[in-house]
Design a protein around this ligand. Structure first.
Ligand SMILES: [Zn+2]
Length: 99
């Protein structure tokens, strides 16, 4: 298992120079593309290994976006959610207007 910061650092070591050359706009577009591939895999009923692979791609691209923007994903997640729903402040969430 790897924590979020380690994962983000790993992706930075592997891809930061390429991400920087590509730029934030195209990196975000690639992230959308990967999310579409994950969606397709799920909706087509592909096997779990294909879904896991697509999920890894989505997370990797989110790490790339965060690295380009200088955002620490672990801090961002805990800063916003802090172990409770970011809207209602409860865990589990008790918001009535979201499924
Ligand atoms: Zn809530």
């Amino acid at each position: 298992m790897v924590n979020i910061r380690e994962a983000q650092e790993m992706m930075k070591r592997i891809y930061y120079e390429r991400d920087k050359a590509r730029g934030i706009e195209r990196t975000i577009l690639r992230t959308y593309q990967e999310l579409g591939e994950l969606s397709d895999a799920v909706l087509r009923g592909e096997d779990q290994s294909a879904i896991v692979s697509e999920m890894a791609d989505v997370f990797a691209w989110v790490c790339s976006v965060a690295n380009l923007l200088g955002v620490d994903l672990g801090d961002a997640l805990l800063g916003k959610y802090a172990n409770v729903c970011s809207r209602c402040g409860k865990s589990p969430c008790e918001c009535v207007d979201t499924p």
